[in-house]
Design a protein around this ligand. Structure first.
Ligand SMILES: Cc1cc2nc3c(=O)[nH]c(=O)nc-3n(C[C@H](O)[C@H](O)[C@H](O)COP(=O)(O)O)c2cc1C
Length: 346
């Protein structure tokens, strides 16, 4: 489906950010997606539960993300209660290439879920081997697989045998701080049939604390023959360049650096866009949230608004008030009350 700009994309005379890539045609999916066909230095929107839904993916795609990932979907739930996962797995044609990320701990279930992902038309299927959440780890899924390479390999092998789309793995450095499992784990995933790997070089114990250890990323790049994606502490364009230079990764997985900042994908940009562009994008994002999620979309949008509204004078007060926004009109009123556009024009 083509993305059509709606008339209300202009708010109080603010035009859409002119620098963004506007998708004008549906990308043809007749050619099978391959990780090795991507342009040099490709940049992906990394999977983020509660963040990388279709609305945000569309925003990032317009600003230059080459590949986007869904939020993780539970394989068990996909097979046993598919409607509960439906929103996670909804996408629009022009988001391609789009990869569906699934999470689970049983090879047969993961293979069946991979087949569902393929039948839904996704370009690839990714296995979550990084989620540190207690509930997930408790079910021997996500980062728990890092301490059981045999099961992890069986999962990848079963999935690769079940589908024709490429299977990729997103993993961490290890489960325990005291036991870095790379690059051996990555080599096992390659042998099991993975066609691409991405590494967030923190351990499960570290969760999101401390720094990502990019030396682990480099070690993997040097020891596998697959395209490797680098994740972790990708905060701005300079970090993207540094990660590439220091590790030799083929692709960059942008995660928290894209929150409230889809401009991070614009290769030529050297500074944050003007406030009017930020507002226009935040409004467009809000409209997409309502379009896909109904009124609840605005409640989910609040966190995105706090990310968009940072780094300018008066932003802190605005962020406080964002918590009370319940409708799209509330958001327009808030922007008007704060005279954001007038301040920008002054
Ligand atoms: C809110 C949030 C949700 C995340 N959800 C997922 C997920 O569903 N699947 C996954 O593989 N990684 C997930 N991640 C990890 C990111 O994709 C990324 O690897 C990690 O944040 C490191 O990159 P950064 O330091 O640049 O943010 C999540 C991260 C955050 C902050």
């Amino acid at each position: 489906m083509c993305y059509n700009m709606r008339p209300e994309a202009n708010f109080k005379g603010v035009k859409m950010d002119k620098n963004i890539n506007k998708p004008t045609e549906i990308q043809n999916n007749s050619k099978k997606f391959s990780w090795t066909d991507l342009p040099e230095g490709y940049e992906c929107l990394s999977p983020m539960a509660g963040v990388t839904d279709t609305a945000f993916r569309q925003i990032c795609k317009r600003h230059g993300a080459d590949v986007v990932f869904t939020e993780m979907a539970s394989a068990n739930m996909m097979l046993n209660a598919p409607t509960r996962n439906a929103a996670f797995l909804h996408y629009e044609e022009w988001e391609r290439p789009i990869i569906g990320q699934i999470m689970g701990g049983d090879a047969k279930t993961m293979a069946e879920a991979a087949r569902v992902i393929e039948d839904m038309g996704f370009d690839g299927v990714d296995v979550n081997m990084g989620c540190p959440e207690k509930k997930i780890v408790g079910n021997a899924c996500g980062s728990s697989l890092l301490r059981d390479a045999d099961t992890a390999a069986r999962i990848v092998e079963a999935m690769a045998n079940a589908v024709n789309i490429p299977v990729s793995v997103k993993m961490r450095s290890g489960f325990y701080d005291s036991e870095i499992v790379q690059p051996q784990f990555a080599i096992r995933m390659q042998e099991a049939g993975a066609k691409a790997l991405a590494i967030h070089p923190r351990t499960k114990e570290q969760a999101y604390r401390g720094s990502a250890d990019w030396t682990v990323t480099r070690l993997i790049v040097e020891n596998v023959q697959l395209p490797v994606g680098g994740s972790g502490d990708v905060t701005d364009r300079a970090a993207i360049e540094r990660l590439r230079a220091e590790t030799g990764v083929q692709g960059i997985w942008v995660a928290r650096g894209a929150m409230g900042n889809p401009w991070i994908f614009e290769r030529e940009r050297t500074e944050r866009p003007p406030l009017a562009d930020v507002i226009a994008t935040a409004l467009e994002h809000a409209r997409l949230m309502v379009k896909y999620k109904g009124p609840h979309g605005m409640i989910e949008m609040r966190k995105h608004l706090t990310w968009y509204f940072s780094g300018f004078q008066g932003a802190a007060a605005l962020r406080e008030q964002v918590k009370t926004v319940s409708t799209y009109e509330d958001l327009e009123r808030l922007i008007e009350d704060h005279q954001l556009l007038e301040r920008f024009a002054a």
